[in-house]
Design a protein around this ligand. Structure first.
Ligand code: ZN
Length: 131
């Protein structure tokens, strides 16, 4: 199991972790298998997302903001109900096949950490099932 520590900088943002995950997995000496990338938090997510256009990340965060606006009245005691909802909708993990020591992502796919209640330090867990 590999643990990555990521410092987020904003309340809401998307950070491309593809290279970090790639490096971590290669360091493990893995050639083929399934790579799980998991975030043990309830106000952050791990997703696959388009990796070229940063404006699309803004669009995505704004779309989530329309689903769960920060200003809405919520029952949750904390002030971060919207962040919990976004995190649950986006999910905590992705699984990516690896072959010939290369993540088999599509050309436009990247592995992203979504921060919904930052800035703070996030833990990302990478685990490989050899195959
Ligand atoms: Zn909370």
């Amino acid at each position: 199991m590999i643990e990555l520590k990521i410092d987020t900088k904003h309340t809401s943002e998307m950070i491309d972790l593809t290279e970090k995950v790639n490096e971590a997995v290669i360091k493990e000496g893995v050639k083929s298998g399934l790579v799980t990338v998991f975030v043990p938090h309830t106000t952050a997510s791990i997703i696959l997302f388009e990796n070229i256009d940063p404006q699309l990340r803004r669009d995505f965060l704004e779309a989530l903001g329309r689903i769960a606006p920060a200003s809405q009245p919520y029952h949750h005691q904390g002030e971060n109900a919207a962040a919990h909802i976004k995190s649950a909708l986006c999910g905590a993990r992705v699984v990516v096949p690896m072959e010939n020591a290369k993540l088999q992502l599509g050309r436009w796919q990247g592995i992203f950490l979504c921060e919904f209640d930052g800035p703070r330090e996030r833990t990302v867990v990478v685990q490989v099932v050899h195959g």
